[in-house]
Design a protein around this ligand. Structure first.
Ligand SMILES: Cc1ncc(COP(=O)(O)O)c(C=O)c1O
Length: 488
């Protein structure tokens, strides 16, 4: 094992020099364009030379692991390598230097790009109309379930329940509950939706059934059309969580599977890394009868002129400032245009191939619950580790020492000690072989080495519960907390 992460002693930029920025020669009035009284003479930011700022951020980046460092097999998150050309186009002045408050006549290119992206996503998703506004998959779900409510209300119905399988991602029940629905959790059978249980659960109170296909175990729900029939016969709607679209694009679509509403995770499937709190985008697509409920504004094309339309009486309203996360939309557009339909289909094929190849390499060393062929991801159980007094988390931490990002762990909840691996299409066979070899080597190591891992990273094991519960996300918050602690 040769991996060793860089370790630098990096104070925050604020701590590195307390002196605030004061520059007598700085003409903040921009040559007299700004009134003197609006210009601050002192800023509460440190006075650092550019050289130190660059050193600071480069050193910090070396103490991190990202999609550019190596395989990042975070199941359900689709952390594929993102082509640099998609980042490059976002830096072009025609993209980076425009403002959402500009007159529409001056941003026709941006409106055209968004209009065309909506059409491309509609084709990929097998739906009729798309909004690009939601800023994440979870916000897409929230928007979609608001559309569900608006649809039933327009029919004079007040349905109370949203049904979802126990393999669902936590954001699904959370979104349904936030819109005001009761959530009915459906136990799975052999890793898939239990059709008889679904029939028993659905009633005239059911507003929607939320599903991702392939599901979060990586198994394709082959009875999805039968499920759609059950849901539609009850007057309810079928919602597709697009988190797993990377397994099926260009091969089939949620629309073909009879889903009525779908969200896309552009930041998974279409060239922006997911997670780490980074910017996201969760467009929502619908079949024609639901189009009127989409959020405003809609993008219109009349002749060769594009405009934003707010005159949509049935719309659920606005769900986000301006028109969506434009930089993520541009990356997705560039990626889809670059790949083309055949390219997207082959990305899915390779994602599925890589997943099954890795599954075959590893299934003998762990437990593989449910025997079906997997799609783009598979879930192992780390239960065999228990015999050595270890847990899946210890294994995941030790993988970091080998220079591999850990898979998703403890999700989905239906698998004990779950290890959810999604290699994506962008990794080579050599990388997959190395990854499998590392997993096998770890299982043979002294349990104490795993229990105390990671050893070769910039930070040792952190208190993850505290990190999630006690978040300090800005310097201002840090200072506020420090001041409160001193005064307490
Ligand atoms: C299956 C599934 N559904 C929904 C989401 C929510 O998406 P987002 O993180 O973009 O809000 C995720 C996130 O990873 C997911 O894996």
């Amino acid at each position: 094992m040769t991996y060793r992460q860089a370790t630098h002693d990096v104070p925050t930029v604020f701590e590195s020099r307390e002196r605030p920025l004061q520059d007598e020669n700085f003409d903040g009035t921009v040559g007299g364009l700004l009134p003197e009284e609006l210009v601050r003479k002192e800023l509460d930011i440190p006075d650092l030379p550019e050289r130190d700022v660059v050193k600071h951020f480069v050193n910090l980046s070396q103490m991190n692991f990202g999609v550019d460092n190596g395989i990042y097999p975070l199941g359900s998150c689709t952390m594929k390598y993102n082509p640099k050309v998609c980042d490059e186009v976002v830096s072009w002045p025609t993209v980076a230097d425009i403002h959402p408050l500009q007159d529409q006549s001056t941003v026709q290119g941006a409106l055209r790009l968004m209009y065309e992206l909506e059409r491309l996503l509609a084709e990929i998703g097998g739906v009729d109309a798309v909004t690009l506004q939601p800023a994440a998959g979870a916000q897409g779900e929230y928007t979609g379930i608001q559309i569900v409510r608006a649809f039933h209300e327009s029919n004079g119905e007040e349905r109370k329940e949203v049904v979802l399988p126990d393999t669902a991602h936590g954001t699904n029940p959370a979104s349904a509950a936030m819109v005001g629905y009761d959530v009915l959790d459906l136990p799975s059978k052999d890793g898939c939706v239990d059709i008889e249980a679904l029939k028993a659960a659905v009633s005239e109170d059911t507003a929607a059934f939320m599903l991702t296909n392939p599901n979060t175990l990586g198994i394709f729900e082959k009875d999805v059309r039968e499920m759609a029939g059950i849901i539609h016969d009850a007057g309810a709607l079928l919602y597709y969580d697009g988190a797993n679209l990377n397994a099926i694009m260009g091969k089939t679509s949620p629309g073909k599977m009879d889903f009525d509403i779908v969200h896309f995770n552009l930041h998974k499937t279409f060239a922006t890394p997911h997670g780490g709190g980074g910017p996201g985008s969760g467009p929502v697509g619908v079949k024609r009868p639901l189009e009127g409920f989409l959020p405003v504004p809609r993008i219109l094309k009349r002749g060769e002129v594009y405009s934003l339309d707010y005159d949509c009486p049935k719309s659920i309203g606005k769900v986000r400032a301006f028109y969506g996360n434009y930089a993520v939309l541009v990356r997705a557009y560039a990626y889809i245009r670059m790949m083309g339909g055949n390219g997207l289909a082959s990305a899915s094929e390779n994602a599925v191939l890589n997943s099954n190849y890795l599954k075959e390499l590893l299934k003998g060393d762990f437990e593989l619950p449910f025997s079906d062929l997997r799609k783009h991801e598979f879930v192992l159980s780390g239960r065999p580790l228990k015999a050595k007094g270890l847990r899946t988390m210890d294994f995941a931490k030790r993988l970091l020492d080998y220079g591999f990002h850990a898979p998703t762990v403890y999700f989905p909840l239906v698998v004990d000690e779950a290890i959810m691996i999604e290699p994506t299409e962008t990794e080579t066979k050599e990388t997959l072989d190395d990854f499998a070899e590392a997993c096998k080597a770890i299982l043979k190591e002294d349990p104490e080495v795993l229990r105390t891992a990671p050893h070769n990273t910039a930070r040792r094991r952190i208190n993850e519960a505290k990190a999630a519960r006690d978040m300090i996300l800005s310097w201002r918050e840090y200072k506020k907390k420090a001041a409160n602690q001193t005064s307490a």
